[in-house]
Design a protein around this ligand. Structure first.
Ligand code: ADP
Length: 350
């Protein structure tokens, strides 16, 4: 399948942030009231924020878990806005040396919200430093080298760490135990995504029919980042093909041109499922083997593609490996291999 090697630039529904998403800054909700969906998280957070604000204390450290593009960074920024405090943001891969973390922690002010994305990728030495900062509001700093090296503790103002991860399973338990508030994001339903789309259309000054917004929501992988990205593409199609209003027809034509199907799957998703069916009899197949067979990095497969395929009821993670479901066969128009090794007519829809 080398010719079908997945290429980040080609994928429109891949929930990872892309440079073009930067233009979406205006679409990012700034307050809890603008943040659509995730009601349980919003309700909890608003209570904790209110209480911390009334006590003039820093909010407890918050741990956010969920697939990419669901609003973890946005919610962290909103928390800082609602608390009326500074916001600092970084991601674990950007923290290479302890001095990188120290450089940020020495600039935090009272009650600052400090957001670390992809916190499961912290290096051990940095994680150690973070433990002390989170628990004692102190920085452990080593001065000198070799036998004359000594550690000094530098006090820092009480701050709130918000750690986000797509992989809760890869975060060490000592780190998790230091977060007082743990919240897990769920994929958004159609109604919530349609609200995201209508809100974004309003901000961008786009005209979109309500039904068209719902159609688009259905194909947005339960992910606001994907919904906003698809909305921008539909704006282009509406402009070129029609009157400028995004209608159901614009959405159906646009999605067809982008090769996005009725479940919001794109070509790569279908290739993953088809590969399990054609090459491994529907599974189980180990994730590493599958990643090689579809020409994708294991991390990307697990972080970006699998969560939605599982949520859509097309793929299962079992202790023995990945397996497709009956729904996947139906969706792809492929038939299950009959016992005895006979292949039935296997047609791919792409
Ligand atoms: P994550 O950090 O989980 O990868 P982001 O916070 O970067 O996701 O969200 C991606 C984009 O999706 C944001 O720029 C924002 O425009 C939009 N978004 C996310 N969650 C919501 C929401 N609940 N309501 C409206 N827009 C949202």
């Amino acid at each position: 399948m080398t010719e079908s090697r997945m290429n980040e630039d080609e994928s429109i529904v891949r929930p990872a942030a892309r440079p073009e998403d930067e233009r979406d800054r205006a679409l990012r909700p700034r307050l809890l009231a603008d943040f659509q969906g995730q009601e349980p998280i919003k309700q909890n957070l608003s209570v904790f924020i209110e209480a911390a604000r009334a006590r003039q204390e820093s909010l407890d450290h918050v741990f956010l878990i969920g697939p990419p593009g669901l609003g973890k960074t946005t919610l962290a920024q909103i928390t800082a806005n609602e608390l009326g405090v500074d916001f600092k943001v970084t991601s674990a891969p950007a923290l290479d040396k302890p001095k990188d973390l120290a450089g940020i922690l020495t600039t935090v002010t009272e009650r600052t919200v400090f957001f670390i994305d992809e916190i499961h990728r912290l290096k051990p030495a940095i994680e150690e430093m973070l433990y002390i900062a989170m628990e004692d509001y102190e920085l452990d700093w080593i001065i000198g080298q070799g036998p004359s090296a000594r550690t000094v503790r530098i006090p820092i103002p009480p701050f709130t760490l918000i750690g986000a991860t797509t992989r809760a399973g890869m975060v060490s338990s000592p780190l998790i135990s230091r977060f007082g508030i743990v919240q897990r994001f769920a994929f958004y339903d159609e109604a919530e995504l349609s609200s995201v789309i209508l809100r974004s259309a309003g901000i961008l000054g786009l005209s979109i029919q309500k039904e068209a917004a719902l159609d688009l929501a259905r194909c947005s992988r339960g992910t606001p980042r994907v919904a906003n990205r698809l909305l921008r593409r539909m704006r282009d199609f509406a402009q070129i093909l029609g009157t400028g209003t995004i209608t159901r027809k614009t959405v159906s034509t646009g999605l067809e041109k982008l090769e996005i199907d009725s479940l919001g799957l794109e070509r790569y998703d279908r290739e993953i499922l088809a590969s399990i069916i054609s090459n491994y009899g529907g599974g189980p197949v180990g994730a590493e083997t599958l990643a090689i067979s579809v020409g994708e990095a294991l991390d990307t497969l697990e972080d970006y593609y699998e969560p939605y395929l599982i949520q859509a009821g097309l793929l299962q993670r079992t202790p023995r490996g990945r397996m497709v479901t009956d729904r996947a066969y139906e969706h792809l128009g492929m038939e299950r291999r009959r016992a005895g090794g006979d292949y039935a007519d296997e047609r791919l829809l792409f």
